[in-house]
Design a binder for this molecule. Sequence first.
Ligand SMILES: Cc1cc2nc3c(=O)[nH]c(=O)nc-3n(C[C@H](O)[C@H](O)[C@H](O)COP(=O)(O)OP(=O)(O)OC[C@H]3O[C@@H](n4cnc5c(N)ncnc54)[C@H](O)[C@@H]3O)c2cc1C
Length: 562
Amino acid sequence: MPSHDVLIIGAGLAGQRAALSAAEAGASVAIVSKVHPVRSHSVAAAGGINAALNPEDTWESHAFDTVKGSDYLGDQDAIEIMCREAPDQILYLEHLGVTFHRNETGHLGTRAFGGASAARTYYVADITGHAILHVLYEQLMKRSEQIDRYEEWFTTDLLQDDDGRCTGAICRDLRNGALEVFNAKTTILASGGAGQVYKPTTNGLIVTGDGIAQAYRIGAKLMDMEMVQYHPTTLAGNGLLITEGARGEGAWLLNAEGDRFMETYAPNKFELASRDVVSRAEQTEINEGRGFPDGTVALDITKVPRRRTLEALREIVNIGRDFAGVDITREPIHIRPGMHYIMGGIKTDSDGETTISHLYAAGEVACVSVHGGNRLGANSLLDTLVFGRRSGAHAAARALQMPMPSTNASRVSDTEKQIAAIMNRPESGRRIGAIKNELGETMNEYVAVFRDEEGLQKAHEIVRRLKEEAAVAAIDDRGSVFNQDVIAAIELGYMLDVAETIVVGALERRECRGAQWRIDFPGRNDEEWLKHIDISVNGADVPQVSFSPVTITRWQPEERTY
Ligand SMILES: Cc1cc2nc3c(=O)[nH]c(=O)nc-3n(C[C@H](O)[C@H](O)[C@H](O)COP(=O)(O)OP(=O)(O)OC[C@H]3O[C@@H](n4cnc5c(N)ncnc54)[C@H](O)[C@@H]3O)c2cc1C
């Protein structure tokens, strides 16, 4: 049985950063990932990472922009920490070898991003996540005496002792189907977001909300799950992302009549208003008949000098050509708002501690909460690094002061039975893929940019029915070697749990704030709803709602305009 001081589930940017900081603190670390670490979804991050590093910029300005971007739902103590620690994270990465863009004077150069009052986004062309992930992975390999990597291992369940403390996890070796108990003094969930709950989404197939559901199932509180971000520029049909970096470089949004419509919705910031504002503006144009027949508006990147596009947005040039048949340096490309990110997640404090003792969470899986109702572009990579580092350090410090817990290894046989039951289901009922498609399309129809009670109730009924169907859905592969069928069945269960908590949160919050735009409850209502919605499961698989206060340090809520 592998035993470590700190077990980290997930090897994207949050998990890798946590692993390095736990190892630096002297802990023995295991890091588990269901895919090879450099295939973690952080690799897709394109546009960059925010920090007030320039001497003319201040962390306070970054923090205020983040608070305003969050529609005042972000916890300001956590936001202050993130923005204060941001410059150190950029320098840390640069010293490790991340090749951030340098300007003509040889200094680190920035680009503008949405909702920001200064150009403070540091980047590596439009492959920033890729560049950072690979450099951190080199460091994991360098520290291989302290950090054991379990690559292509799938965590199925978290373990607890009789006092409710998390004592590790059960993981399946995808190469041969073997199950193992991973014993750990402290456990950090860094397993990413839940984009696949929606269809389409900008997120890859592996982003299935596993950690959120696993924590929820053992009683952890989730927070603000209704806050799901629709990114303003995704390709129709396949949902692929055109990075906000394109608008940062100067691209315009145009409706089918050729109007630069953001002038009406955000006269000061135009295309660089925060994402919720831009996505609603686009959807309004489309709904009111000023979009194109394919339900889109246009992103005109020809406003950016061609040479600059080829240098700074080269992957977007490839995506435009390969997935839309458009040369973005010569003609506008059709885009629309698409599901991109979940602001909600496992409730944590600013050291990553969840409501379950000895269980931490960091990165997109967590809700600290620094993004509140709407995340600013390029603040997520920052979140993964700042809170990945802090959770790693805190989890290590705690682990180094305690003995190894004794884990009940017999829990493996429960998981074995559950997996055998999935494999032995009779060939009846619906396919896993069909259920997943219906789930994604339902969420994209009823729990999207605009929401109302009727649609949300309908979504809830469908999710409950899909849960029943998923419980008997048969799979084809009954083998043990790389059995992705059985993994897909388990992931579907996680996605349905996550979907239900999103819908329940969206039904509960009766106001318009950030990404939660209830057309049946117009306007932000600070008097009743300036609070977090916490969701935990009660014994009967029913989400239970409670509330917690938003931390306000220095910025009182104001009207939010761009
Ligand atoms: C296309 C795209 C572009 C983006 N661009 C930017 C950007 O420019 N700037 C920005 O700030 N943000 C950006 N984001 C958001 C940002 O990339 C993510 O929020 C962030 O990278 C998430 O990192 P993470 O470490 O939390 O999770 P991930 O990188 O998703 O890693 C999750 C890890 O958990 C593992 N895992 C999951 N479930 C299990 C399981 N059951 N068992 C074992 N392992 C498991 C996975 O294998 C993986 O290693 C972008 C997102 C997308 C989709």
